[in-house]
Design a binder for this molecule. Structure first.
Ligand code: GRF
Length: 215
């Protein structure tokens, strides 16, 4: 069977030069696991595709591979283990404290597997960005890839959006569509979605900055 397929980027494309920003944006990234999206951001910055700097990575699982990636890029990282906080707001207060101490302006949730609260959103209004492995508003929440497979849809993908209080909600910045192949497993599909995620995460950041500039 011919398994050729194509993915589609669904958004106006914006290059960093078009933004004409004469300042470096200060990013704070939150990751719970592998951190491949975090690395894609760090890599794009190193390659001059994003005029930004990751000031600090926050991770919540001591084993998160994202921490190793931060070390590789000489990016400071801070472990805030959610198990040490009595409630979500207390964790978010600690997150805000770390980000403010590092003069962070934009927050990117790059595989952050905790629900955030108004504490974070109030500290960074309309400046918290999330990446989700589905074409929102379809398949919100955890196990988005498994949900897409179970629903037997032919097309899924990934979304970068601004965060509001509702989970996987908020204005969409950019999406990429990924076809589901007949013999896809959650692993094979996730792999192809992640390739697209690594493209749109930095584009999403650029579009968020552009949106703020135009407001
Ligand atoms: C990504 O698929 C993202 O969409 C979801 O969590 C995953 C994180 O992957 N929110 P990684 O840690 O960036 O590799």
């Amino acid at each position: 069977m011919d398994h050729s397929f194509s993915s589609a980027l669904v958004s106006p494309y914006v290059t960093w030069d078009q933004l004409q920003l004469n300042k470096t944006i200060k990013l704070g990234v939150m990751a719970s696991g592998s951190g491949s999206n975090f690395e894609a951001i760090a890599q794009a910055i190193n390659e001059g595709k994003l005029n930004g700097k990751v000031e600090v990575l926050i991770y919540n699982n001591p084993q998160a591979k994202a921490k190793e990636r931060a070390d590789k890029f000489n990016i400071p990282s801070v472990l805030l283990n959610h198990r040490n906080y009595p409630h979500r707001e207390a964790l978010d207060e600690a997150i805000v404290e770390v980000f403010k101490a590092h003069q962070v302006e934009w927050v990117v949730m790059a595989g952050w597997m905790r629900i955030i609260t108004n504490v974070l959103l109030k500290a960074f209004p309309e400046k918290v960005i999330n990446i989700h492995p589905s074409l929102l508003p379809s398949f919100k929440g955890i196990n988005a890839i498994e949900k897409a497979l179970k629903a037997k849809v032919k097309m899924t993908g990934c979304t970068v959006h601004l965060v509001d209080l509702e989970v996987d909600s908020g204005p969409i910045l950019i999406q990429s569509a990924v076809p589901i192949l007949p013999d896809d497993t959650s692993e094979t599909l996730h792999h192809r979605i992640q390739i697209q995620e690594h493209h749109i995460i930095t584009q999403g950041i650029a579009l968020a900055v552009q949106r703020e500039k135009n407001n």
